[in-house]
Design a protein around this ligand. Structure first.
Ligand code: BTN
Length: 320
């Protein structure tokens, strides 16, 4: 069936005859007809012309591995892809895959998550086919203290992909929030397994709201969350390409390049912010990030503090 799809994709601007398809696959024309019907049942729109043959008019809004990998211009990201109709959390599935030895770049996706989660034990709203929910298995060559930088690199990658697909202005709130029009459109959850001073693997979980408008969100997220209006498959492929680019930068230790790109996208740079770590709250002006991706704050006493984690909110005062 994949070969039929590939042929239909290849001749997308024209028709491919049932006879050619049958020859190519070494099957009867009746079998070709049967395959075409199955593809239609999966949501593919295929025109059948009595003389010219078949023509692919539209692909469904589904995350099929073949469609994800078709013409995907990456070296190692998404060489292995697993798609679930429904799962608890793609991060959990990817974690198990990593323990079992999944190769670097493997991607676990789900059309729906029943217990999608975000940072700080928050849940991630993951309704069926209304977003992109996926996790990558990575084995970065940096020390565990660089974990925030992995999140930063991923948040830049996701932002750049959204900008490319939509042309919208996208902002990052340190370390992992993706904002559009002042509302959260996506987030990154980085989880890692370490051994002494070495990262064994990282599970990079990415959630992007896509086909969601304000009314679709539960009450507590209304006014806070938004969706990216664009084709999920196109956006997913752009994100995967972009992740590979920024992940390579990270492994090449090009921290200054990453920092500079982050500066252009940062929501809080130069602003007065509050950073909460459990019960402790720090205030100061966001000066930037350090080479490990930690947030650098200048307190009112003039002292500089660096934070590798925390929850940041902007303080709106005259000092901003
Ligand atoms: C956050 O904003 O706090 C991070 C959200 C991360 C959500 C994604 S969806 C795919 C992956 N699986 C999860 O359970 N979480 C991440």
């Amino acid at each position: 069936m994949n070969q039929i799809l590939s042929a239909l994709h290849k001749f997308k601007d024209g028709y491919v005859s049932g006879e050619d398809l049958a020859d190519k696959l070494g099957v009867s024309r009746t079998s070709v007809f049967y395959y075409i019907e199955t593809l239609r049942e999966h949501g593919y729109v295929i025109e059948a012309h009595p003389r010219l043959g078949y023509r692919l008019l539209d692909v469904p809004d589904r995350l099929f591995p073949d469609e994800i990998q078709r013409d995907l211009k990456t070296e190692f990201i998404a060489n292995q892809v697993w798609v679930y109709d429904k799962t608890v959390s793609t991060n959990d599935v990817a974690w198990d895959m990593a323990i079992k030895g999944a190769v670097e770049g493997g991607v676990v996706l789900a059309e729906q998550q029943t217990k999608g989660r975000g940072r700080l034990n928050r849940s991630w709203f993951s309704p069926k086919r209304k977003g992109l929910y996926f996790s990558l298995v990575l084995r970065p060559q940096v020390e565990p203290s660089y974990a925030p930088m992995i999140t930063i690199a991923a948040s830049i990658a996701v932002s750049m992909a959204i900008i490319k697909c939509t042309g919208l202005s996208v902002w990052i709130k340190w370390p992992n929030d993706i904002f559009i029009d002042g509302k959260k459109a996506g987030g990154i959850l980085t989880e890692m397994s370490t051994e002494l001073d070495r990262i064994k693997f990282v599970i990079l979980g990415i959630g992007i709201n896509t086909n969601l408008s304000e009314d679709d969100f539960p009450e507590e997220l209304k006014n806070k969350a938004t969706g990216v209006k664009c084709d999920r498959l196109i956006l997913l492929k752009e994100v995967l390409i972009s992740i590979e680019k920024y992940y390579k930068m990270l492994n090449e230790k090009r921290y200054d390049d990453i920092k500079n790109e982050w500066k252009n996208l940062s929501f809080i740079l130069g602003k007065r912010v509050k950073l909460a770590q459990g019960d402790k709250v720090y205030e100061g002006q966001a000066q930037g990030i350090n080479k490990e991706g930690g947030l650098v704050l200048r307190g009112d006493d003039g002292f500089i503090n660096e934070f590798s984690c925390g929850d940041v909110t902007q303080i709106h005062t005259d000092k901003n």
